[in-house]
Ligand binder design. Structure first.
Ligand code: PLP
Length: 443
């Protein structure tokens, strides 16, 4: 373990050990085999809203200004979001995918380029690379943090590499020191996929402000949510202006740059704009973000301390510079060997029966057949050397990530909005399953 990582882990353990009691060694018949579940009540509902949101939406409805062309709700949200993140500019987009798509176009990622991505992410991170006819190059995951391993990045940079996209998985920060250090000598820009990481921090500065730009998602499951939605933040004026134009079918940010009749388009683009309804809803939702983030943080840290006492459960470690996680997900690795060989799928079923919903998370993205099919297409055959495409699968093997995908377990962020006793119930249910693992394996 690195010295800084150890110090961070030790201080977390010290902070939490005073208040933590080990999970009770519950016996009792597993709920999956007909016993009483550990938990019978519901978890925190998501999304959360009240009259603030109603008023915001009604205000837009009654104004008649439903699109950003004539209203001010999107612009007002952009200003608040830029202030919240400490970025000079924020641009709202239709969703996180279009925030990423807009940014890579504004950065000039071109057909024939290579883009370095992590294999442990939502498929959108890779889809936008393929949409631009660039080649995704996977840098394997760090199994302890679930993040792109910075040690893998440097060796993947070639003369064709035009971008590196680290993902701040689950709302925690990827190792930005390592990734930026690998990128700098080769002059490769970094775009932070912070779609899950609202209020996440690296070295006490918001994620999304360390690379050339950062992208966020406001899709329904996200900690800041307007059903669908996204944003780009950047300190780069030129990048912001190109992104603004791209997301509005090429209309320039500064009207003075348009022709005399306004019908000159200095850029290409698409319509990837956010509506005024979503802008107003986001401003209302933002008033709850900080308090919710604190609750998640307290619960997640407490949960880590109780789960650390259960053999075979290894919570995802925060990278050494991650000073704040958004806890969009709570992730851990499950070691079946410590549960009498109980397969993860059966563990998840048993956990659900105890009243604790969890999922197995991502499957290996680098092995998705649609990527191989895209690389076999006529366009890719024209753009890349035959040898590059032939060796792609072998060169993009990610053994650490394969293992991660086979061991991971996730809780969604609303679970972290519960109480401390909710966290105790999670630990109690896992301890119960562990004790009864033999019976669950047979049953
Ligand atoms: C890491 C990551 N990148 C990109 C996206 C895409 O965002 P959206 O669903 O808003 O298009 C998501 C959304 O789940 C995400 O988690």
């Amino acid at each position: 373990m690195k010295r800084r990582t150890f110090a961070a882990a030790a201080s977390l353990a010290a902070a939490s050990s005073a208040t933590v009691t080990p999970p009770p060694a519950t016996g009792g018949r597993p709920a999956l085999l007909g016993g009483d579940p550990v938990r019978k009540t519901k978890w925190s509902a998501w999304p959360q809203w009240e009259s603030t949101e109603e008023q915001a939406l009604l205000g837009v409805l009654r104004s008649g200004h439903w699109g950003r062309g004539s209203g001010h709700a999107v612009e007002s949200f952009e200003k608040s979001y830029a202030a919240l993140t400490g970025a000079r500019h924020a641009l709202a987009t239709a969703n996180g995918t279009s925030a990423l798509f807009t940014t890579i176009n504004a950065m000039g990622v071109a057909p024939g380029d290579e883009v370095i991505v992590p294999p442990y992410t939502f498929v959108a991170t890779v889809n936008i690379v393929l949409l631009n006819y660039a080649l995704p190059v996977f840098a394997d995951s760090d199994i302890e943090t679930f993040m792109m391993d910075p040690k893998q990045v440097g060796a993947k940079i070639t003369d064709r590499t035009s971008l590196i996209i680290p993902v701040h998985m689950a709302g925690s920060a990827a190792d930005l020191d390592g990734i930026l250090a690998a990128a700098k000598p080769r002059h490769v820009p970094v775009l932070e996929d912070a779609c899950q990481a609202h209020l996440g921090e690296w070295r006490r500065r918001k994620v999304g402000t360390w690379g050339k730009a950062g992208c966020f998602s406001f899709q329904a499951s996200k900690n800041l949510n307007s059903g669908e939605g996204g944003a780009i933040i950047t300190n780069d004026e030129g990048l912001f202006e190109r992104a603004f134009a791209f997301h509005g079918n090429g209309r320039p940010f500064k009207p003075a740059a348009a022709g005399p009749t306004g019908d000159v388009f200095p850029f290409g683009g698409a319509n990837l704009r956010l509506t005024e309804f979503q802008g107003a809803l986001l401003s209302a939702q933002m008033t709850r973000l900080e308090a919710q983030a604190r609750t998640r943080d307290e619960n997640a840290k407490y949960l880590t301390s109780v789960l650390s006492q259960i053999p075979g459960i290894r919570s995802a470690k925060l990278t050494a510079g991650c000073t704040r996680s958004a806890w969009h997900l709570y992730m851990f690795r499950y070691d079946a060997a410590a549960f009498a060989g109980l397969p993860r799928a059966r563990f998840l079923k048993a956990l659900a029966a105890e009243g604790i919903p969890a999922s197995s998370g991502y499957t290996p993205l680098n092995k998705q057949p649609f990527i191989a099919a895209t690389l076999a297409s006529k366009g890719y055959q024209r753009l890349f050397p035959a040898q590059t495409l032939k060796e792609w699968a072998e060169r993009n093997a990610c053994p650490a990530n394969d293992r991660l995908c086979s061991e991971a377990v996730w809780f969604t962020q609303n679970i972290m909005l519960g109480s401390r006793s909710d966290m105790d119930q999670i630990a109690e249910a896992i301890a119960k399953i562990q004790k009864q693992a033999g019976a669950l394996k047979q049953g």
